[in-house]
Design a protein around this ligand. Structure first.
Ligand SMILES: NC(=O)c1ccc[n+]([C@@H]2O[C@H](COP(=O)([O-])OP(=O)(O)OC[C@H]3O[C@@H](n4cnc5c(N)ncnc54)[C@H](O)[C@@H]3O)[C@@H](O)[C@H]2O)c1
Length: 265
């Protein structure tokens, strides 16, 4: 997909990774709705980007775990820019103590954002086709024992993205869906490990041993998932050791369904 002239909605768009995703798209001529819980940071980032990208960037305050708020945000983006082509379900938190909230933000909201993305972009429902990129994590494949519920949510995001990305209705819908799995990246989320306690100390050791990437590296990977039309249902890893590569899974069998069955789905 060519990015120039396209419209993107990025949740967690004012944090470390989401801001980098937004910037890489703006640089290539897209219009972006930055979606974030933090309105102070949101207005600052929007003002900062507006100096270079003018009216191509807007900010919408939204708690992605609030159904109505997320629905309003999709409507706002479409009403503001007239179309929607790229959805980055990226907002996420690390909070094992408040694990119900972690599931609501990291998984439930990603499910809702994926379905809303499909509703708005499906060609067979009046959209232009498009791409959904769900930010999972290396913890979507490798267990992070200091964060069991974080691990569960990210495994969920990987499974969701693979299933939606192997939908037999793709020829009619023309919406791709992929999971992006970065390893540790230099953003505020790593500050969760700054506190006291053995689990935080272990997490800091794991982070030091694994290495920490810059958000711009992950943004290049995000851009590839947007631009490369052959990528659908993929799980892209980004690590400081290997750069970009893809986790290989057996392909889903749905694409072999007879057309008369698919038309009834
Ligand atoms: N940084 C890493 O090491 C790393 C590695 C793998 C995956 N991830 C994932 O990347 C994504 C982005 O995280 P980040 O590293 O940029 O962290 P970050 O803390 O810098 O950014 C997260 C952003 O999401 C926003 N947010 C939090 N809760 C929200 C809510 N309920 N509604 C709307 N916005 C909300 C925050 O205000 C913040 O701007 C997350 O899903 C995270 O799990 C991060």
């Amino acid at each position: 997909m060519g990015v120039a002239g396209k419209v993107a909605l990025i949740t967690g768009g004012c944090g470390g990774l989401g801001k980098a995703f937004a910037e890489v798209l703006l640089k290539r001529g897209a219009m972006v709705c930055l979606v974030d819980l933090n309105s102070k940071q949101g207005e600052e980032v929007q003002q900062q980007f507006s100096k270079t990208y003018g009216k191509s960037v807007v900010f919408k305050q939204c708690d992605v775990s609030d159904k109505q708020s997320l629905e309003d945000t999709f409507k706002f983006t479409k009403n503001t820019f007239g179309r929607l082509d790229i959805v980055g379900n990226n907002a996420g938190i690390g909070d094992e103590e408040n694990w119900e909230k972690q599931i609501a933000v990291n998984l439930t909201a990603v499910v809702r954002g994926t379905y809303l993305g499909l509703d708005y972009m499906r060609k067979d429902k009046g959209g232009n086709g498009g791409v959904i990129i769900n930010t999972a994590s290396m913890a979507g494949m490798i267990p992070l024992f200091t964060g069991p519920v974080y691990t569960a949510t990210k495994h969920g995001v990987v499974g969701l993205s693979r299933a939606v990305g192997s939908d037999a209705r793709f020829p009619q819908q023309q919406v791709r869906c992929n999971a992006l799995c970065p390893s540790f990246t230099d953003t505020n989320i790593l500050k969760n490990f700054d506190g006291e306690g053995t689990l935080n100390a272990i997490s800091r050791v794991i982070v030091r041993g694994t290495g920490v990437m810059q958000p711009s590296i992950v943004a290049e990977a995000f851009l590839r998932l947007v631009e490369d039309e052959t990528l659908n249902g993929e799980v892209m890893r980004v690590t400081s050791q290997k750069g970009i590569d893809f986790k290989k899974y057996p392909r889903a069998e749905t694409l072999k369904l007879p057309p008369e069955m698919i038309s009834k789905l």
